[in-house]
Design a protein around this ligand. Structure first.
Ligand SMILES: Nc1nc2c(ncn2[C@@H]2O[C@H](COP(=O)(O)OP(=O)(O)OP(=O)(O)O)[C@@H](O)[C@H]2O)c(=O)[nH]1
Ligand SMILES: [Mg+2]
Length: 507
């Protein structure tokens, strides 16, 4: 395609008004090498290798697929494995913050399977209402796109449908925003039926107001889609009287969304039942939450040997994993890994994943993991807390776990520990601080309320083990007549103990 714009003095202006951020990616790539290298993989962290290869192959082949399941997949499929140029508008804060944001966008784009060719930031009071970046800068961007051979521009924000169209008109390649990118990653990573349904719902919600802009590609797909497997074949046949093409699309998407909502509600029931069961058995629950790539899954693996996929990519984990764990004193609790958070997490996603995030709201304790080696850990903490409030989990007790202590600057660690009164520095990789964390979890778990002082005959070993698992042992002594136990237990167990074993009078 030939350009309608000339490249006159573009480069001079570029250096003045637009900052390139391409070198920012180097750091991230170094991280990947490190993650795959050496001793780290030799222990039990390697549980989920299928996962890893599945994911890689998924990324490789989807771009080739021409068969669409559904109209709503059109744009998302096309996003993958593309050559992209990033663009951000820098409205406030320092230049480092702006560059970090673009570096994060680069990591997101790579995670989605794209190749990042270049990145530019424009300083403006606010994004241009018509074209996001100013129109002059948009033309410079067009030159960069041409020079690099990019086929997609990714904007670091959520653009209105109009902005997407107008910017596309200028740069002459597809323009997507941060929200679409995150939705795409979620779509690639969702594995469970529930996760997939939640992502589809969020994608459709995002698409609905944007259908106009993407009408061209939709009609192309719908027109040629006679053999398509889903949606009744598309085209004229499904159109009601007097409905335009776009109205038909909207109606079909709305119908699908309603169906998805019902399905999600049904699946939620199943999970609620399981959770209620755990509640009834009064097993305390701990949820690991935190920014994406902070090391949540690594920490779960380190604490329980769960073998959950660990990857130096964003949103490696989408399906909550719940594992059984034990305190040093032998008390059993559940430990749940959760979806990572990110700045400007699309609202539709928070909404769609609400039921999954209830895992966090419903926990007795949150381990809020933050990457101590990240350039802006405080910003990560703040972003995660915003979501915690949004899912109504702000009253749950929290331990801030500053992870990657092995790689972090000691001064940053000290600063975080000063700022966060209830924090601990650990390394999921080396094991540093993990024992202390386990003790801290034990302290913070809700304590059973009833103190018992009983002599359990040796024939009732089962009761002794239940006291170990569910209660808190204060003292234990083996006597001629049985095990003498002093412990804190839940009311049910206390009643049972009193029924079957002689009560020892306090001396
Ligand atoms: N240096 C160092 N790297 C770590 C540590 N813990 C985790 N990592 C690395 O950080 C990256 C992300 O780890 P994950 O456990 O997948 O992070 P996560 O928070 O589960 O990420 P998502 O599921 O993508 O949100 C991986 O490359 C890990 O190897 C640590 O203590 N030190
Ligand atoms: Mg994870």
């Amino acid at each position: 395609m030939t350009s309608t714009y000339e490249a006159r003095d573009a480069s001079a202006q570029q250096d003045r008004g637009t900052r390139r951020a391409d070198a920012l990616m180097d750091e991230d790539l170094a991280g990947i090498d490190e993650g795959l290298g050496g001793g780290y993989r030799s222990n039990d962290y390697d549980g989920d290798q299928y996962d890893r290869s599945d994911r890689a192959s998924l990324r490789r082949v989807t771009g080739l697929s021409t068969e669409l399941q559904d109209v709503t997949e059109v744009e998302y499929r096309q996003l993958r494995l593309e050559r992209v140029v990033l663009v951000g508008v820098w409205t406030d804060g320092t230049v480092e913050e702006a560059e970090n944001s673009l570096a994060e966008l680069a990591a997101l784009a790579e995670t989605a399977g794209s190749e990042v060719l270049d990145g530019v930031i424009q300083r403006r009071d606010r994004p241009d209402p018509a074209t996001y970046i100013g129109s002059g800068k948009a033309r410079e961007l067009r030159d960069i796109v041409e020079a690099t051979g990019a086929d997609t521009v990714v904007c670091d924000g959520e653009l209105s449908p109009g902005q997407l169209i107008h910017l596309e008109d200028v740069v002459k390649v597809k323009v997507v925003d941060r929200t679409a990118l995150i939705l795409d990653i979620f779509a690639q990573h969702a594995k469970s039926r529930e996760g997939k349904a939640q992502v589809s719902l969020a994608q459709m919600q995002y698409m609905l107001p944007r259908l106009r802009g993407w009408g061209a590609s939709l009609s192309r797909q719908m027109g040629g889609g006679g053999g398509s497997s889903a949606g009744g074949g598309g085209g004229m046949a499904t159109r009601g009287p007097g409905e335009t093409k776009i109205e038909t699309d909207r109606r079909r998407i709305r119908e699908k969304m309603a169906k998805l909502r019902r399905e999600i509600a049904d699946m939620k029931k199943g999970r609620d039942t399981k959770r209620q069961e755990r509640r009834r058995n009064q097993v305390p629950s701990v949820a690991i939450a935190g920014y994406t790539n902070a090391g949540k899954s690594s920490l779960l693996n380190r604490l329980t040997g769960a073998g959950v996929l660990v990857e130096n990519s964003l949103f490696a984990t989408l399906d909550p994993t719940v594992r059984r764990a034990e305190t040093p004193g032998g008390r059993v609790y559940t430990l749940a890994d959760t979806v990572g958070f990110v700045r400007h997490l699309p609202h539709h996603l928070v909404e769609a994943f609400r039921s999954t995030m209830e895992e966090v709201a419903d926990a007795d304790l949150i381990l809020h993991v933050v990457d101590g080696a990240h350039p802006e850990p405080e910003a990560q903490l703040a972003a995660v807390r915003e979501v915690i409030v949004e899912v109504d989990a702000q009253n749950v007790r929290e331990i801030v776990v500053v992870n990657k202590a092995d790689a972090a600057d000691p001064e940053v660690l000290a600063r975080l520990l000063r700022r966060e009164p209830h924090a601990i520095a650990v390394s999921a990789r080396t094991g540093q601080g993990i024992e202390e964390l386990l003790r801290l979890i034990e302290e913070e778990l809700p304590h059973p309320a009833v103190e018992v002082n009983v002599l359990v005959p040796y024939t009732r070993g089962d009761l002794v083990s239940r006291v170990h698992q569910d209660g808190e042992l204060l003292s234990e002594e083996h006597t001629g007549d049985g095990t003498l136990l002093r412990a804190l237990v839940l009311p049910e167990l206390a009643a049972e103990l009193r029924r079957v074993v002689p009560v020892v009078q306090p001396v």
